[in-house]
Design a protein around this ligand. Structure first.
Ligand code: NDP
Ligand SMILES: O=C1O[C@H](COP(=O)(O)O)[C@@H](O)[C@H](O)[C@H]1O
Length: 598
């Protein structure tokens, strides 16, 4: 052990728990941060496993006596721990691993305080508290944790609990002890009222946090669920007056990260006055979605896909986002940003980067983020010619009148803000030269959907061409990764219809998640919150990624706004502006979601 690092200690102690007779733990101190441990009860069911249930990117460490712990996969501690794991595994052959026994020790010494800043708001109620409860329900939160709501509204702890309880739901697959779990969770939630720009108020928060931390090593996570104009005030106050004194302090920042390259860089500079880059967790919740996370698995762990993943076989790739509702309630925010900033520059571009990047050296956060930056920097900035914009207008259907975008009272009547956009992007590198990457995003369309469509090239010299008639697109192999709803991966292939004749049809090889997996898919915020607690950064946006993303969109956004380009109006609930078809047609492409057999 001594050969590994003086920062790794290995200890034994007697357990206070009755079900396990012996107890061992290892402590890894990196900047005074102990690594997290996984409950052995969960592991016991699986015997010795090399992955923790809650964070697949943390290593499970098997001690010589059979004890099991996990590492939080931070860049700081991952390297020595990997070495440690390798060493331990080489000492103990797999078939000699004993049953896991309880791992105790440093978990008792540390605690995590999660403060939701802006706790009275929409996102906190809709996503953050429910995600924290789901993590608690799944036994994924550390043993010692406390949740604080912080906002200006006056509320007692009981009122916060009441507000939170109305937003919580139980997992459909295990409801038995839900009420009990909910009550236990709510007892760990507290509320502190304060201003976002008051250091004094944050000092009061600090005092309350300390009382709950009861002398343990304190780790503090601040989730900024507030409008962007108050981000910096809140970060300043939290960092100067309520940082953890001995453990880590991390801040999750919600988008928007600026409106363009300039304002985004200014935000980053301001954040970095108070925080190191590795304390900033910029959320893009699409990266926490199951099928987005699966993209790399699909590409890099299946021999059949990676060889096809280039200009040689792929004709075009489409990233499609649609919502069947308008800006209801968020018009004020939206009008300042528009659909390009709201969806394309972040969610769709992040998916594109994961789709198109080269193979990372490893699954480490920095290796993945390096590859994403590289591919983003190989892309051509967009020009006005590369985009089509639209805005929804009022529409009456079946006796119901749906409002137009500018009917929203918080939106100026003469607003030209796009609620729909389609764009063609290109990656100027050896792999993707000439392949159109098309994006389409819109609100108030005919359905709610997010998907990736990969259209492959036509089969050269296809001897079955005559069976498809003149429309070769009908024979295109298309791989669809449906992010939501009804998560699925399906591949359209050409197949012979059974019978004596020779008739072909298009059929789907279909991996529909709800048919294949019985387990409920976790919400994106669950994964992201857990990662932030564990210090796993791969799903968060690094500042250079953000810069690269803004560089692509800033010129076109500026042009659209300066030239006051008028959007094409489309009826609420329709398929969007026709202009999107012309844009795709320029590259000989048809949008895959509009076909008869989509
Ligand atoms: N809601 C959503 O679905 C999504 C939101 N986001 C982002 O998450 C963050 C939070 O969103 P959301 O919860 O909708 O925001 P809200 O508008 O609901 O604001 C959150 C809280 O901030 C306080 N607040 C609101 N406006 C101001 C103001 N002008 N000055 C000071 N405090 C204010 C209020 O609390 P109090 O008055 O009690 O202090 C409010 O409850 C934003 O950055 C948003 O862009 C990102 C993706 C989706
Ligand atoms: O970030 C945002 O995302 C939501 C859509 O998220 P989803 O997980 O429900 O698909 C979008 O409605 C909102 O405008 C945008 O700010």
């Amino acid at each position: 052990m001594a050969t590994i690092s003086s920062s790794i200690r290995c200890c034994s102690s007697s357990s206070s728990s009755s079900s396990y007779s012996n107890s061992s733990y290892i402590e890894v101190h990196q900047k005074n941060v102990p690594f997290s441990l996984v409950s052995p009860k969960r592991l016991a069911a699986k015997k010795v496993s090399l992955q923790s249930k809650c964070n697949p990117y943390s290593d499970v460490i098997i001690m010589q006596d059979g004890a099991v712990g996990t590492t939080a996969a931070t860049t700081e501690n991952k390297a020595p721990l990997k070495k440690l794991k390798d060493e331990l595994l080489s000492i103990i052959p797999p078939d000699e691993h004993k049953e896991p026994i309880e791992v105790r020790g440093n978990n008792d010494k540390s605690t995590v305080s999660i403060t939701v800043v802006g706790a009275s708001g929409d996102l906190a109620k809709k996503k953050i508290f429910p995600a924290l409860f789901a993590l608690y329900y799944e036994d994924c939160l550390p043993e010692h944790f406390t949740i604080f709501g912080y906002s200006r509204s006056k509320m007692t702890d009981a009122e916060l609990r009441n507000m939170v309880s109305r937003t919580l739901t139980c997992r459909i697959d295990k409801r038995e002890n839900c009420d009990e779990k909910m009550e236990q969770f709510l007892q760990r939630c507290f509320y502190q009222s304060g201003q976002y720009d008051s250091q004094e108020n944050f000092m009061e928060l600090d005092k309350t946090l300390k009382e709950h931390e009861s002398g343990r090593i304190s780790n503090r996570l601040f989730y900024l669920s507030i409008p962007p104009n108050i981000f910096i005030d809140a970060v300043r106050c939290a960092s100067l007056s309520a940082s953890a004194s001995d453990g880590w302090t991390r801040v999750i920042v919600e988008k928007p990260f600026g409106r363009d390259s300039g304002s985004s860089a200014a935000l980053t500079r301001a954040l970095k006055q108070y925080l190191e880059e590795d304390q900033i967790f910029r959320i893009d919740h699409y990266l926490g979605k199951e099928l987005v996370e699966n993209l790399s698995v699909l590409r890099f762990s299946n021999l059949i896909f990676e060889p096809l993943w280039s200009r040689q076989y792929i004709r075009n790739v489409q990233f499609i986002f649609s919502e069947d509702f308008g800006t209801e309630g968020r018009g004020g925010y939206f009008d300042h940003y528009g659909i390009i900033r709201d969806i394309m520059q972040n969610h769709l571009l992040q998916i594109l980067a994961l789709f198109a990047m080269e193979t990372p050296v490893s699954l480490d956060a920095e290796d993945i983020r390096n590859e994403k930056v590289k591919v983003l920097r190989s892309m051509r900035p967009l020009r006005v010619d590369d985009v089509v914009i639209g805005q929804y207008k009022s529409h009456t259907k079946g006796g119901v009148t749906y409002p137009g975008y500018t009917d929203d009272k918080t939106v100026p009547k003469d607003s030209l803000t796009p609620t729909f956009a389609a764009a063609s992007l290109f990656i100027d590198n050896a792999r993707w030269d000439g392949v159109p990457f098309l994006m389409k995003a819109g609100k108030a369309l005919h359905n709610r959907r997010a998907e990736i469509r990969v259209q492959f090239r036509h089969v050269p010299g296809n001897i079955y061409n005559r069976n498809f008639g003149t429309d070769l697109d009908r024979a295109t192999n298309e791989l669809v990764i449906r992010v939501q709803p009804d998560e699925a991966i399906y591949l359209k292939i050409n197949n012979k219809v059974p019978g004596l004749g020779m008739r072909l049809d298009r059929s789907n090889l279909n991996l529909l998640y709800k048919a294949r997996y019985s387990k409920e898919i976790p919400d994106a915020y669950e994964r992201l919150l857990l990662d932030a607690i564990e210090g796993e950064r791969r799903l968060f946006i690094r500042s250079d990624e953000l810069d690269a993303a803004w560089s692509l969109f800033t010129p076109v956004l500026k042009d659209l706004e300066e030239k006051r380009i008028i959007p094409e109006y489309y009826p609420y609930g329709s398929r969007g502006p026709v202009g999107a078809h012309y844009l795709a047609a320029r590259y000989n492409v048809k949008w895959g979601d509009l076909g008869v057999d989509e």
